[in-house]
Design a protein around this ligand. Structure first.
Ligand code: HEM
Ligand SMILES: *[C@@H]1O[C@H](CO)[C@@H](O)[C@H](O)[C@H]1NC(C)=O
Ligand SMILES: *[C@@H]1O[C@H](CO)[C@@H](O)[C@H](O)[C@H]1NC(C)=O
Ligand SMILES: *[C@@H]1O[C@H](CO)[C@@H](O)[C@H](O)[C@H]1NC(C)=O
Ligand SMILES: *[C@@H]1O[C@H](CO)[C@@H](O)[C@H](O)[C@H]1NC(C)=O
Length: 596
């Protein structure tokens, strides 16, 4: 009896809701695109009220749902190895890669990696959070992140389309059950905090979600790629304040004989700091959020020194150049250095590939490749790698808790760049995938990204699997590879086809001894490589010595390494890498006398 009355209240409630939400359309007819009927990247278009058509143009497939392969597609599918086979080959057979590494094959395979990955990213960009169909506004208005898949249509019967539960799981429950760290699990690939802070520092030049308009998918980073706006500011006014206006340099302060970013006392730009934080401790950086962590102010200091160092080199060769030309040319060199270090060291570390990664824009000169990029919302979401963060920070023999680390700008000057680099390079970062590895301090961020993705109506994980040519999972067990989380997820989501994207990329079973699972790699790498190589400096028009002030500048770009970046700007050379020490030699303590 009790059940019955609850049921009738529920039915009544839903009727009221339906009445108030149904507009002109007949609410008993489900929008057929809510079933995601079009496969292989076919485009679903609704006709009438209950009809749809899949546009299969240039997908290599035909039929109502773009499921029938054309002849050459059949051949291609037959010959194409699966992502896991390719990954296995790229991470095994040392002897083979030693051969490849030193021959022309390195170029061939690197070119293949770049083209196969970036071909998965539509260019020019397509949808955004407001528009699930192509249109001029969506192309033109760069305040939006683009989207690879259109939002779940507003009129679908269920939050994820037609599958799963009528209400998505409680976000706090998800954070507690699947994300909260039990015991720190280091990344089995040996990634360190130097990498983690690079990840955060690097990505926050193009991930700057505008939270003033929640759920709209707006970004404040209009460069949509590697523009070094995290160093120079994301608008001209900010850049104007950050610049010294002499010899192309950026403003700085000298503390204990070393160069550091200036403070708001001298440079009046907006920085986010806690209320009442003393102005003389508010460091000023291109990215307004970077005061929060010493790892970020450390990188800001390194890049600041590098910029001013390169200015001196250019000035020596071009005494006639004015401040503006020295600044602008140095900025292009800095962008080149960033891209080089990210591809040859950062992506190298992350991928675990035995193929030696190569930054060489000429590899793409005879392929068809668009030199443009638009940052995608999905890329921003999957890059929330907060499990990297440790339980506390080990610096120069001391253990520093978050409470003394966050917004502690004096810590940087207290230890100096050398000791921080040394400490962060030695301390392991957390494994990103597999769940249960997010420290308390960042648990809220996981909640935020899930909340945001619901507001933005991001399609289910399995739809993204298909978009990236991966087989959709058929069960939660297949997805996690264990029983406990699989059961809990099944109970909360009801259907694997209703699992959310962020849950998917973070909780998927990790590959053996890897930082995360297949989906993070297969989805992240295309966005990443397209963004790196789509930069204008990589185009045939720009990629030449004159762009960088001559051979000297061009060489700085082509030979940049993380170690040079640090050690050409410090008094002594610490242990510096994206990997924790691999052997006793590397593990030895460094002293101020160590040279590069
Ligand atoms: C203790 C360290 C960290 C703290 C306290 C922290 C905190 C935060 C907070 C509060 C947000 C805003 C969330 C929102 O409004 O949706 C955020 C966003 C983000 N974080 Fe972190 N984070 C940390 C480390 C990292 C690291 C190591 C990465 C590595 C990639 C990272 C990547 C991101 C990304 C990609 C975003 C989205 C940015 C945007 O959309 O504007 N974070 N983080
Ligand atoms: C196409 O997909 C729809 C919805 O998923 C399904 O009902 C239909 O049977 C499919 N048609 C064909 C020809 O496979
Ligand atoms: C982008 O769209 C938003 C919302 O419609 C609008 O406020 C803004 O002015 C647009 N920006 C441009 C450059 O058109
Ligand atoms: C690739 O070759 C370089 C030498 O050219 C060597 O230092 C490196 O270890 C090799 N990489 C791998 C993964 O074998
Ligand atoms: C900042 O870090 C320094 C050096 O570790 C420490 O002495 C100081 O107490 C910290 N400040 C705060 C407010 O935690």
């Amino acid at each position: 009896m009790k059940e019955f009355s609850i049921l009738s209240i529920w039915v009544f409630f839903n009727l009221v809701l339906l009445q108030s939400s149904s507009c002109a359309a007949d609410s008993s007819v489900v929008n057929p695109c809510c079933y995601y009927p079009c496969q292989n990247s076919g485009v679903c278009v609704r006709f009438g009220t209950d009809r749809y058509e899949c546009d299969c143009t240039r997908t290599g497939f035909s039929g109502d749902n773009c499921t029938a392969p054309e002849f050459w597609t059949r051949v291609r599918l037959l010959l194409k190895p699966s992502p896991s086979v390719v990954h296995f080959i790229l991470t095994h057979f040392q002897w083979f890669w030693d051969l490849v590494n030193n021959s022309f094959l390195r170029d061939t395979i690197m070119r293949l990696v770049l083209t196969v990955r970036s071909d998965l990213i539509p260019s020019p960009p397509t949808y955004n959070t407001k528009y699930g169909y192509l249109n001029w506004e969506s192309f033109y208005n760069i305040s939006y992140y683009t989207r690879l898949l259109p939002p779940v249509p507003e009129d679908c019967p269920l939050p994820m389309g037609t599958k799963g539960k009528p209400v998505l799981p409680d976000i706090k429950v998800l954070a507690e059950k699947f994300f909260r760290r039990k015991k720190f699990r280091p990344d089995p690939q040996g990634t360190n905090l130097m990498f983690a802070f690079m990840a955060q520092h690097f990505t926050h030049q193009f991930f700057k979600t505008n939270h003033e308009v929640p759920g709209l998918g707006f970004t404040k980073a209009l460069g949509h790629g590697v523009d070094a706006s995290n160093i120079y500011g994301d608008d001209l006014m900010r850049q104007f304040h950050l610049r010294l206006h002499k010899d192309g340099k950026l403003k700085y302060q000298i503390v204990k004989g070393e160069m550091y970013p200036p403070t708001v006392s001298e440079v009046p730009v907006h920085m986010v700091y806690p209320e009442g934080f003393p102005p003389e401790q508010r460091l000023v950086i291109g990215q307004e959020l970077f005061g929060i962590l010493p790892g970020l102010t450390m990188y800001a200091t390194i890049w600041l020194r590098e910029h001013n160092r390169v200015c001196d080199i250019l000035k020596a060769e071009h005494p006639t150049w004015d401040d503006e030309q020295l600044f602008q040319t140095t900025r292009l060199i800095i962008i080149g250095e960033i891209i080089n270090i990210i591809i040859e060291e950062y992506v190298q570390q992350l991928s675990g590939y035995m193929l030696s990664m190569k930054f060489d824009p000429t590899l793409l000169f005879n392929t068809r490749f668009q030199y443009s990029n638009r940052i995608a919302l999905e890329f921003c979401h999957l890059y929330h790698w907060h499990p990297l963060m440790p339980d506390s920070f080990l610096i120069d023999g001391e253990e520093i808790p978050y409470s003394q680390f966050i917004y502690n700008t004096s810590l940087l000057m207290h230890y100096g760049v050398e000791k921080l680099v040394d400490a962060f390079s030695r301390q392991p970062a957390g494994q990103i995938g597999g769940g249960h590895n997010s420290h308390e301090v960042v648990l809220k961020v996981a909640e935020m990204v899930i909340r945001e993705s619901r507001a933005a109506r991001v399609q289910p994980f399995n739809e993204y699997r298909k978009k990236f040519n991966l087989k959709p999972y058929t069960s939660f067990y297949e997805f996690t590879g264990e029983i406990e989380m699989a059961r809990a997820l099944e109970e909360l989501y009801g259907d694997i086809d209703a699992l959310e994207l962020y849950m998917g990329v973070l909780l998927e079973k990790t590959r053996p001894s890897s930082i995360f699972g297949e989906s993070m790699v297969e989805m992240g790498a295309p966005f990443s490589l397209k963004g790196l190589m789509g930069n204008p400096i990589c185009s045939p028009v720009y990629w030449k010595p004159s762009t960088f002030g001559g051979e000297t500048g061009f060489d700085i770009v082509k030979t940049a390494t993380l170690k040079k970046l640090v050690c050409l700007n410090t008094k002594w050379c610490p242990y510096v890498d994206f990997h924790v020490p691999r052997n006793e030699e590397e593990a030895k303590p460094r002293k101020p006398s160590t040279e590069l």
